[in-house]
Design a protein around this ligand. Structure first.
Ligand SMILES: [Zn+2]
Length: 221
């Protein structure tokens, strides 16, 4: 804990003064372009991997980057989606899963979650992902963790479409959905390409968007 407290002091005294103008602007409001939904896993840093700054991403995190389908459950995820889309008018929603996901390991083997009733119940929202992979492979096991994690991103994108505020903006062409997969060990991010029904390297998926020298604008906050 000590390094976290000293880190905060260092931020306040050394980092904050360098970005005083940015934080002064942010004090007047936020206008993020993207709602970024990812796992609560400590190994993911959305601002680091996207090289974005405070104010750029509206972030929702939970175990397994899960989006409950509309109607079944009203909670923080549902309310945050509604706010991001209806009030902040985000133009994009990213659901970002990751390799070695503990939540997806749990979804693969719910029997091991006997002592974690809330986790077990929560991960039932990923059951469709497990069943898709089980049906395709004829069996299910730890070796299918990556496939289940990718499929889970697609299932949660489907859930996202059931939210009225999302459905209405999609129909109006005002919102785009993205499925990503972050590989912790390599730093690579793969993005779902609908026309290929596969996760492909970001540079391929967004080739038209990327400038030759790379699109990152850098952040050292
Ligand atoms: Zn995870």
């Amino acid at each position: 804990m000590e390094h976290i407290v000293t880190g905060f002091v260092s931020f306040r005294n050394k980092v904050f003064p360098r970005h005083r103008k940015l934080f002064a602007e942010l004090a007047n409001g936020q206008s993020p372009e993207v709602l970024f939904i990812t796992c609560a896993d400590s190994r993911i840093d959305p601002n680091l991997v996207t090289q974005t700054r405070p104010g750029d991403l509206f972030i929702v995190r939970n175990a397994g980057n899960i989006v409950p389908p509309h109607g079944g459950m009203v909670g923080g995820v549902t309310a945050s989606i509604e706010y991001a889309v209806a009030v902040l008018n985000v133009g994009h929603i990213v659901i970002c899963g990751h390799t070695h996901c503990g939540a997806m390991t749990g979804a693969l083997d719910p029997g091991a979650l006997e002592d974690l009733p809330h986790v077990r119940k929560w991960l039932e929202l990923s059951l469709a992902a497990v069943e898709v992979v089980r049906h395709a492979h004829g069996s299910i096991g730890p070796e299918q963790l990556r496939a289940v994690t990718e499929q889970n991103v697609l299932v949660q994108l489907q859930h996202l479409r059931t939210h009225p505020v999302v459905a209405s903006r999609l129909a109006a062409g005002q919102l785009q959905l993205h499925g990503w997969m972050y590989e912790i060990e390599s730093g690579d991010v793969y993005a779902y390409a609908e026309e290929r029904n596969a996760f492909v390297p970001m540079a391929e998926r967004y080739a038209a968007m990327l400038k030759p020298e790379g699109a990152a604008h850098g952040a050292d906050v």
